[in-house]
Design a protein around this ligand. Structure first.
Ligand code: NAD
Length: 420
C-alpha cells in the first residue's frame, strides 16, 4: 500500500519505531544500524504461464531480516501492493515479534506482487511452485520457515512444502500453517485471531475492564479478522462491524458472526450479506466503538484520518496498520494502541508450536495448543505493560524495546558485529 505524504515509507517507519525504542534502552549506534538493515534480500523473477497461454512475469521477494535468535520466520503475501520496501518492513516486524514472545526464531517476510484473486487455482499453484524453486536454497527447517499471510493459505503452504521436499526430501517443518493432513497443527489456523483476543483480555484485565458487552469493529474478515470476530462473539463482546475488500456491515446491537462467517466461507463477499447496515471501509474506521481492530492491510490509520477514529483502543491485528503520524495523533487523543508485534503474535507463536511438533514428530491436542498460546501471549503482554509503566512509554515503544534488548544481546553473543 502506498504511504501518505505525512509518513515515510513502511521500512523507514519501522526503523523510526526501532529508533524510538533504541533511545529508551540506550542502544549503541553500531547495533542500531545493524538491526535497521536486513541480513539478506532476494528479489526473484516468477514467470507464470496463464491458463489462456499468455506468459506473465511477476516479481517475488524474500527478505531475511535477522536470525541471531533462530531460523528466519515469516509469512508469504500475494498482493498487488507487495514491493521490496514493504517486505523489508514486515520482515523487520517479525524479528521484534518473535523476540518479544521469546520464540527461538528470527524475522523474515516474502511475497509476490500479484492479485491471486483473479487467477485460477492452477495458475496460483504454478506461481507458488516457481517462486519456491527460486528461493528454495535459502529456505529450510533450520534456515527460513515461511507461513501464510494475506491471500495465502494452507494449500499454498502445502505446495511450498511439496516443492521444497522434492529437492531436499520430506520436510514438513519447512513451512507452518500447513493442512492438518500434512503435519499442520490443530489450532494454528485460528491462532492469530484467538491470540488477538488473549492479548485484548490481558489488556482489559490489567485496566480492570471486562470484555463482555464491549463494542468491537473489525476491518478485514479473512483468517485473522474472522477468527477474532468469532472468539469475541463467543465471549460475549458485541462485534458491531466487520468488513472485507468489498466493504462492511454494521449493527450497533452486535452482528450475527456465525451467519456472516458462513456467508464468507461459501465464497461470497460481505457487500452481499443480509445483515446490518452496509458501510465502506473508511466509514468502518470512524465508527463509535470501544475497540477498533484493523485486521486487513497496513497503513490504514494515518495522521490524515486519526482524528476521525472513535475508539478508545486500537488493537493492531494487521501488520503496520498505524503509521508514525497516525500513532502520534492517536496518542495525543488518548487512544491506546496495542501494537502489532504483540497483538498478532499468536500467529507466529502457533507456527512455533506446529514447527516444534513437526521436528519432534509428536502431535499435541488443540487444548494444549491453545493453553500454551494463551500463556505465552499473556506473559508477553505482562512484560510489555510492566516495561511501559516503568519507563512511562507507549505499549509500542515497550514492545520494540524488549524485542531489541533480546535480539541485540543474541547478536552480540554470536559475534555478528565483530566484523570478522
Ligand atoms: P487474509 O487474506 O486471510 O484476509 C485479508 C482480509 O482483508 C480479507 O477479508 C480481505 O477481503 C480484506 N481486505 C483486503 N484488502 C482490503 C482493503 N483494501 N480494505 C479492507 N479489507 C481488505 O489475510 P490474513 O491472514 O487475515 O491477514 C490479515 C492481516 O493480518 C495482514 O496484515 C497480515 O500480515 C496480518 N497477520 C496475519 C497472520 C496470519 O497468521 N494469517 C499473522 C500475523 C499477522
Amino acid at each position: 500500500m502506498s504511504h501518505t505524504p505525512l509518513d515515510p515509507s513502511s521500512h523507514e517507519a519501522v526503523n523510526h519505531y526501532i529508533g524510538q525504542a533504541a533511545d529508551i534502552i540506550d542502544l549503541s549506534d553500531e547495533v542500531r544500524r545493524s538491526l535497521s538493515t536486513p541480513s539478506r534480500e532476494l528479489a526473484v523473477q516468477v514467470p507464470v504461464r496463464l491458463d489462456n497461454g499468455e506468459l506473465q512475469i511477476l516479481h517475488g521477494f524474500r527478505v531475511q531480516h535477522n536470525d541471531s535468535r533462530g531460523p528466519y520466520k515469516g509469512g508469504i503475501r500475494y498482493h498487488p501492493s507487495v514491493d521490496l520496501n514493504e517486505v523489508r518492513a514486515l520482515a523487520s516486524l517479525m524479528t521484534w515479534k518473535t523476540a518479544l514472545v521469546d520464540l527461538p526464531f528470527g524475522g523474515a517476510k516474502g511475497g509476490i506482487e500479484v492479485d491471486p484473486t483473479v487467477m485460477s487455482v492452477y495458475e496460483v499453484e504454478r506461481m507458488t511452485r516457481r517462486f519456491t524453486l527460486m528461493v528454495a536454497d535459502q529456505l529450510g527447517p533450520y534456515r527460513d520457515i515461511p507461513a501464510p499471510d494475506v491471500n495465502t493459505d494452507a494449500q499454498v503452504m502445502a505446495w511450498i512444502m511439496d516443492e521444497f521436499s522434492d529437492i531436499n526430501g520430506y520436510s514438513p517443518a519447512v513451512v507452518t500453517g500447513k493442512p492438518l493432513a500434512l503435519g499442520g497443527a490443530p489450532g494454528r489456523e485460528s491462532a492469530t485471531g484467538l491470540g488477538c483476543v488473549f492479548v485484548l483480555e490481558a489488556f482489559l484485565e490489567a485496566n480492570h475492564l471486562d470484555l463482555i458487552g464491549k463494542r468491537v469493529a473489525i476491518q478485514g474478515f479473512g483468517n485473522v479478522g474472522r477468527h477474532m470476530a468469532w472468539e469475541l462473539f463467543r465471549r460475549g463482546a458485541k462485534v458491531t462491524a466487520v468488513s472485507d475488500v468489498s466493504g462492511g456491515v454494521f449493527n450497533p446491537g452486535g452482528l450475527d458472526i456465525p451467519q456472516l462467517s458462513d456467508h464468507v466461507r461459501s465464497g461470497k463477499l460481505l457487500n452481499t450479506a443480509d445483515e446490518g447496515d452496509h458501510v465502506t471501509n473508511d466509514q468502518l474506521l470512524g465508527l463509535g466503538c470501544d475497540i477498533l481492530a484493523p485486521a486487513a492491510l497496513g497503513e490504514v490509520i494515518t495522521g490524515a484520518n486519526a482524528a476521525s477514529i472513535n475508539a478508545r483502543v486500537v488493537l493492531e491485528a494487521a501488520n503496520y496498520p498505524v503509521t508514525p503520524s497516525g500513532d502520534v495523533a492517536l496518542r495525543e487523543r488518548g487512544v491506546t494502541v496495542i501494537p502489532d508485534v504483540l497483538a498478532n503474535a499468536g500467529g507466529v507463536t502457533g507456527s512455533y508450536f506446529e514447527w516444534t511438533q513437526n521436528i519432534q514428530q509428536f502431535t499435541w491436542k488443540v487444548e494444549r495448543f491453545n493453553s500454551e498460546l494463551r500463556d505465552r501471549l499473556v506473559t508477553a503482554f505482562t512484560d510489555v505493560n510492566s516495561f511501559a509503566k516503568l519507563h512511562d512509554c507507549s505499549l509500542r515503544e515497550a514492545a520494540y524495546a524488549i524485542g531489541l534488548q533480546r535480539v541485540s544481546e543474541a547478536t552480540k553473543l554470536r559475534g555478528y558485529l565483530s566484523g570478522a
